[in-house]
Design a protein around this ligand. Structure first.
Ligand code: UDP
Length: 334
């Protein structure tokens, strides 16, 4: 077998982002082992990698200590992506979200500490909560709602992960890098757990209508997963990233209503065989209470300040939203 640059362990490697990260690492001559319990990840996401002799899938849970201990001992670096994500899942099953995120990360850090392995720890822009600052800088304050609203449990569960990771770094000198993912999109992302872009693409390809929650004036920045993965690789190889927190996302902002329009335009261009409904029937507005839970609070804007990662690694997103939407429509049609 040809020589490899190193051996990466990816928790949650059969998930949307984990599967793209696996591909990117293999392309850069890494050996890759993933561990995934297929709760939200899917084997189809990694099926095409299984024949690669440098790729090993382990279908198990990260809280299975004996397994995780062996995998941590064998690798050089751990990308910890396994987590319960998606706003819909959080509202529906908060016990699972909190336990998976907090206990899972604890297990990964303990195993990493035993063998002194570097950990790239995935966090989320949800940690900023409902702060209305634009853009969000890594050292900004967090603004959260009450514990009676399930939505905030996700933010706090990932914040505990960050605290724990940074504490392992400070107290035990474990090399830990925290990255906060803002909205990330690309092929293989499912709309099953609420993610807006795959849902809109699917709804439009099925003839509509697209379900816009609230009045659609809320905005997000959607980063192509290939750009995201490139950021993670740069952070992993930079020793100066250790012990720090980085936003990873794009700054191209779009309202949810504009997004719906862009998806329809993409379908018109990329799938001319699909008859577009009347303009009045392309979008349906659904109140938040109905879409999520009574009293649900959405974030109005969420824009990352990416100057920190840019300064350290030179990273910037390259793929505009329009290109990703065209790619998603093309993939969905094949
Ligand atoms: N959203 C929507 N229609 C849907 C799903 C989501 O309008 O069918 C909205 C959601 O309320 C939020 C935005 O799209 O304002 C992004 O939602 P997502 O769950 O993808 O990510 P979030 O940024 O909320 O974590």
């Amino acid at each position: 077998m040809a020589s490899v640059r190193g051996h990466a362990l990816i928790t949650g490697g059969a998930g949307f982002i984990g599967s793209h990260l696996s591909e990117a690492l293999l392309a850069q001559d890494w050996r890759v082992t993933i561990i995934d319990n297929l709760s939200t990840g899917r084997f189809e996401n990694i099926q095409h990698l299984v024949s690669d002799p440098h790729f090993t899938p382990v279908i198990d849970t990260i809280t299975h200590e004996v397994v995780l201990d062996r995998l941590a001992g064998e690798c050089d670096v751990i990308f910890h992506l396994a987590a319960a994500v998606g706003v819909e899942l959080i509202v529906r099953d908060p016990v699972r979200v909190i336990e998976t995120n907090v206990l899972g990360t604890h297990a990964v850090l303990q195993a990493a500490a035993r063998y002194r392995k570097k950990v790239l720890l995935a966090s989320t822009s949800e940690v900023y909560g409902k702060s209305n600052k634009v853009p969000f800088g890594e050292d900004d304050d967090r603004v959260l709602g009450p514990t009676t609203k399930a939505r905030w449990s996700y933010s706090d569960s990932k914040a505990v992960d960050e605290f724990l990771g940074l504490a392992y770094h400070r107290q035990m000198d474990l090399p830990v890098v925290v990255f906060r993912l803002f909205n990330t999109i690309g092929p293989r992302q499912t709309g099953q757990y609420g993610m807006v872009v795959p849902r809109f693409v699917k709804q439009a390809l099925n003839g509509g209508p697209i379900t816009v929650y609230g009045d659609g004036s809320q905005s997000r920045c959607f980063c192509n997963v290939q750009d995201t993965v490139r950021a993670l690789l740069l952070l992993a190889e930079n020793p100066e990233a250790v012990g720090r927190v980085f936003n990873v996302g794009t700054v191209e902002e779009v309202t949810v209503l504009e997004l719906a329009q862009r998806v329809w335009e993409g379908v018109e261009r990329g799938a001319p065989a699909i008859a577009l409904p009347d303009p009045a029937k392309r979008v349906v507005f659904i109140p938040y209470d109905q879409a999520y839970e009574p009293g649900f609070e959405d974030m109005q804007r969420r824009v990352p300040d990416i100057s920190r990662i840019k300064q350290l690694t030179g990273w910037e997103p390259r793929i505009p939203l329009q290109q990703t939407l065209a790619q998603l429509i093309e993939v969905a049609l094949t």
